[in-house]
Design a protein around this ligand. Sequence first.
Ligand code: NDP
Length: 333
Amino acid sequence: SREVHLVARPVGEPDPTDFSLVETSVDEPGPGQVLVRNDWISVDPYMRGRMNDTKSYVPPFQLGEPMEGGAVGTVVSSGSDDLPVGTAVSHFAGWREYALLPEKAVRPVDTSLAPAQAYLGALGMVGLTAYAGLTEVAEVREGDTVFISGAAGAVGSIAGQIARQLGAKRVVGSAGGPEKKRRLLEEFGFDAAIDYREGSLTKQLAQAAPDGVDVYFDNVGGDHLQAALNVMNEFGRVALCGQIASYNATEPVPGPNNMFMAVGKRLNLRGFIVGDHNHLAGEYARRAAGWIAEGKLHTEETVVDGIDNSVQAFLDMMRGANTGKMLVRLPQQ
Ligand code: NDP
């Protein structure tokens, strides 16, 4: 079995030489353990933070150790009565082909509802992030105008569609490039789309949201946050979900420079981490399954094959190569 190790802490944009693909042996499971063949592994922006040796809400990856992350796979050898061979499971021992895990570290997934990899996207942490950010953090209400940055990505593309289901009147998204702009409108049902490379964000946003913005779901930070503050309506709410514009930065990125906007407009800006909203998981799973069945939640994946391409998949995702969820597919037999 092969697994990806972090071997050097990246400065700025990670380099492929910061990682190493390492061959290891696979042991048979003992009582209460399962051996899982990973079928899909997730690459996510928060992993960039874990490559730094700094204190955060998740501990840093250890040098010379396999990295961790979301994965779904199939039990191929089992020492657990509850998880027979063939069970599809999700867990956090990603970045490797096989994982030997205690039974309590894996969760069976219901593949009658959606294919297993959906539990790394719409039906997993990504979908719950969109839902929690909109419902509990920004408290979207009927008739709101909602702006979402990073809108063609995994969280953003789902957030746009959920905002609509929650009663938003107008949903505006931003992403990089004309092709993503087109997809926001045609595939993800946004009312208006902005290509942030095309010039002034504030001008484009003011045009896209002529009645102002009531809720901003921020995946990017930096100049996107200032543009949103500029066009927010009084008593607007901002869910601070991510700051991808600065994850690889070695210098402070240009960011909000007029926070008085938040004072004058009596805005509520609130950061959140999805792990604090797990109590919503059941409610979200039920609603998301319904929306998918009714054709109201369109999900997309960008798929890269093979563990040997997983680092490149991560680097490419950070540069915007993905639409929807970036996933690595491993041989499924
Ligand atoms: P995405 O699928 O959105 O992939 C990342 C995207 O970021 C790229 O496709 C790219 O799209 C965009 N991007 C990269 N650099 C920049 C930049 N400088 N300016 C603007 N956009 C940029 O990833 P996720 O959906 O998994 O994550 C989205 C955000 O949500 C991240 O900030 C992440 O950290 C955050 N997050 C937060 C969670 C929480 O609990 N708070 C949980 C999960 C995610 P483009 O081509 O449009 O540039």
